[in-house]
Design a protein. Structure first.
Length: 364
């Protein structure tokens, strides 16, 4: 394979960055040149596992490497803007972990710089690649479900705060709690499947009932609980959104709540000719989809056979093909920015305790 057909990449972040490394390692058109991170032992382990020739403590050293064509950014949310902008200015294509940014202003800067530099910018919404989601997308595109008029999205954890007292629960660093961490995934799925309609109004509420009392820590978290550090974000959020064309969406998301859900997410859609329901428990990818319709006027439910996949592998395949072949990006910086706008509106509605009308209340 010619050198021009190989994408040379670097990964910034040794936490979620591991998912990106696996995705790149699965792609024969990629050569992983460098890794950057602050967790020395973990980074060393990844360097050894994936045979990475260069390890940097400072991400600016990685960006200064002229042999690197593209980078993945998998770091705390408050670092997305400075690192993404620096990477784009250094001439690198960029794949950012979700969410794109904490604020609309930060996201707008990233998108603007990518446009100015003529570089590919994508955001990792890998759950779009799930087989159940792809089947629902196909049903919608072929018209099998008719006109979609309502969606319900959720991600509920009973005890799943990623790290009490860490950047996750620091509002300045994270931008918010489960809404911007987990909710952004299912909000993206719903918004994408609905065809990204124009929002008209948002009514929301947020609660912090367990986290501030030191309860709800996720047993699977890599981050240890830190005593005495204030909990500054929500642990449950709920929202009702209206879109152009009469489409509505309800959203529920929690890190910690007394719910019968353990760690479960999903989306259901109602259409004029059929419906669909995806419900994944503990990240399952099999037996999660039900398609609801009729057979000769008789209500019927179909449970398709699903093929599990590694979402980051397909996301990164799209990123690589966009750079090397000019293929269209599935998850663009612009679409990710629209999600940031929606999330900020949800938080603002909750803060004001009332519905926000769009565009009338955009400056509320």
């Amino acid at each position: 394979m010619a050198e021009r057909d190989i994408l040379r990449v670097g990964v910034i972040g040794c936490g979620a960055g591991e998912f990106h490394l696996k995705g790149y390692a699965d792609n024969p058109r990629v050569k992983i040149l460098a890794l950057s991170g602050l967790d020395g032992p973990r980074c060393q382990q990844l360097v050894s596992t994936y045979g990475i020739p260069h390890l940097y403590g400072d991400y600016s050293e990685l960006l200064a490497n002229p042999d690197i064509d593209a980078v993945s950014i998998a770091v705390p949310t408050h670092l997305h803007r400075p690192i993404a902008v620096a990477a784009l200015r250094a001439g690198k294509h960029v794949l950012v972990e979700k969410p794109l940014s904490r604020t609309v202003e930060e996201g707008e800067e990233i998108v603007r710089v990518a446009r100015e530099e003529g570089k590919v910018l994508s955001v990792s919404f890998q759950r779009r690649s799930r087989h159940d989601v792809q089947l629902v997308r196909h049903q919608i595109e072929t018209g099998a479900m008719g006109q979609i008029y309502h969606a319900k999205a959720f991600w509920m954890r009973r005890s799943g705060i990623p790290g009490l007292g860490t950047w996750f629960t620091n509002k300045e660093q994270s931008g918010g709690g489960p809404l911007i961490d987990l909710g952004v995934h299912v909000l993206d799925l719903a918004f994408w499947l609905l065809g990204q309609p124009r929002p008209i109004s948002v009514s929301a509420a947020t609660y912090a009932e367990l986290g501030p009392r030191g309860r709800g820590q996720w047993s699977g978290a890599r981050f240890s609980q830190i005593e005495g550090v204030p909990y500054e974000v929500e642990d449950f959020a709920t929202a009702f959104l209206r879109f152009e064309g009469g489409i509505t969406l309800t959203l529920d998301v929690s890190w910690a709540a007394f719910t019968d859900h353990t760690d479960e997410f999903g989306i259901s859609l109602l259409g004029t000719e059929g419906g669909a329901s995806i419900h994944s428990r503990d990240y399952s990818q099999e037996g999660t989809l039900r398609l609801i319709g009729e057979i000769d006027g008789t209500p019927a439910v179909t449970i398709p056979r699903l093929i599990p996949n590694h979402g980051h592998t397909l996301t990164i395949q799209n990123f690589v093909e966009a750079i090397l072949d000019g293929a269209p990006i599935e998850s663009t910086g612009e679409s990710a920015l629209e999600l940031v706008r929606l999330i900020r509106l949800i938080y603002r509605s909750a803060e004001l305790g009332r519905e926000l009308r769009i565009p009338e209340d955009l400056n509320a």
